[in-house]
Design a protein around this ligand. Structure first.
Ligand SMILES: [Zn+2]
Length: 126
């Protein structure tokens, strides 16, 4: 039981190319990254299970990776990737927006986003 990982986590794709059935989204995001035209915010809509969080996590990891290479695959070796994999990244914040939606939550979020990233290029809130 020590190594138990929820299947949604265990089988969550970790690269754009392993996401199934959302090629229009993954291609658009990959093009945005390779042409250095990254928007300030992205809004993913859809019912649960279609891959909103998955794609957002891959995107966050890729734009902060130090050497994503030509195929935009996070290297898993740089400091940013390692931190992300161990859930200790100081740049990528994952918050449960479905429950943290009060005025006070948003106030604290506004305070946090003023702080520029300490390592890496982007500060990302999912
Ligand atoms: Zn990396």
């Amino acid at each position: 039981m020590e190594n138990f990982v929820v299947s949604a986590r265990k089988y969550r794709p970790t690269t754009f190319d392993t996401v199934v059935g959302q090629s229009s989204i993954t291609t658009t995001l990959k093009n945005a990254i390779s042409s250095h035209h990254i928007a300030q915010a992205y809004l993913f809509c859809g019912p649960r299970g279609v891959g909103k969080t998955t794609v957002a996590r891959i995107f966050a990891k890729t734009i902060n990776c130090e050497n994503p290479g030509e195929n935009l695959v996070p290297c898993d070796e740089c400091e940013s990737c390692k931190a992300f994999n161990h859930h200790r990244s100081t740049n990528i914040h994952e918050l449960d927006a479905a429950s943290n939606n009060s005025v006070d939550n948003i106030r604290s979020l506004i305070d946090q986003v003023r702080i520029p990233p300490q390592v890496g290029k982007y500060s990302v809130y999912l």
